[in-house]
Design a protein. Structure first.
Length: 254
């Protein structure tokens, strides 16, 4: 490990549209770029290679496993985790450069702001998210299942002030492409854990998720985007549970 040096690591699958912006936003800061790709069919790996990344191919086995593979390839003392559709601001990059000189902190939460359909969301439960993304490599690992992985670190953590930006959904088609993947993984994870569908829970949770996002988290102040986000959030819960129901139905047939 090299003291105070930072490696950026990213997992990818057909991320040609976003990857260059992600890497370029962090490239002046990092000494190594690790990309673990799961059989992309677009120009993802070519873009990563042209920008100096070290590329590994690993078939997708869930987000937790995939990111642990990427983390294991890091050779620097510090590891920075970004998704391909995220970019650092110059202010955060500078703050990170200073932060890694500390001998007392082992991990930093970074503040993420979210764009939705081309505009920054100021409410709806996604105005700001505080995520552990910068860690001492030797003390870190990802925990979780197929989806909703969590980066963990042994030691003291702190939070940096400046933000990085998430650009996940440029249009509704992109949203539903990811929606389908994530609801499938969430259903598979619940199925593997032996969970069944409770009809009453579905009937209560789906409208509550909409109300939580749109009313309690002030989604109505985000205008039409807030309405769409809240409605999609409720639909996500519904589809996730219906996919779980279908997995159990299919098991009966088998």
């Amino acid at each position: 490990m090299t003291a105070n040096r930072i490696s950026l690591f990213i997992i990818t699958k057909n991320e040609a549209e976003h990857l260059a912006k992600c890497i370029l936003s962090a490239k002046p800061l990092v000494h190594e770029i690790i990309v673990v790709d799961s059989n992309s069919t677009d120009r993802t790996t070519a873009i990563a290679r042209n920008l100096g990344a070290i590329i590994y191919n690993h078939s997708f086995e869930g987000f937790t496993q995939q990111k642990n593979v990427a983390l294991s390839k890091v050779t620097s003392d510090w590891a920075l985790s970004l998704d391909a559709d995220e970019t650092l601001t110059p202010e955060l990059a500078e703050e990170i450069k200073q932060a890694v000189t500390s001998n007392e902190i082992d991990g930093y939460e970074l503040t993420r702001v979210n764009d939705f359909l081309g505009k920054h969301m100021r409410h709806s439960g996604i105005k700001k998210e505080y995520l552990l993304r910068l860690v001492r490599t030797s003390k870190a690992c990802f925990k979780g299942g197929l989806v909703h992985e969590k980066l963990c670190v042994e030691g003291k953590t702190a939070r940096l002030k400046n933000v990085f930006v998430h650009h996940p959904y440029k249009d509704i088609e992109t949203y539903f492409n990811k929606f389908n993947k994530y609801t499938t993984l969430a259903a598979e994870q619940m199925f593997n854990n032996g969970r069944h569908v409770n009809l009453l829970r579905v009937l209560l949770t789906v409208p509550f998720e909409f109300v939580r996002r749109y009313i309690f988290q002030l989604g109505f102040l985000d205008g039409m985007r807030g309405l769409i986000w809240a409605a999609f959030a409720g639909f996500y819960v519904f589809v996730k549970y219906m996919k779980l129901w279908y997995l159990w139905e299919r098991k009966k047939w088998d």
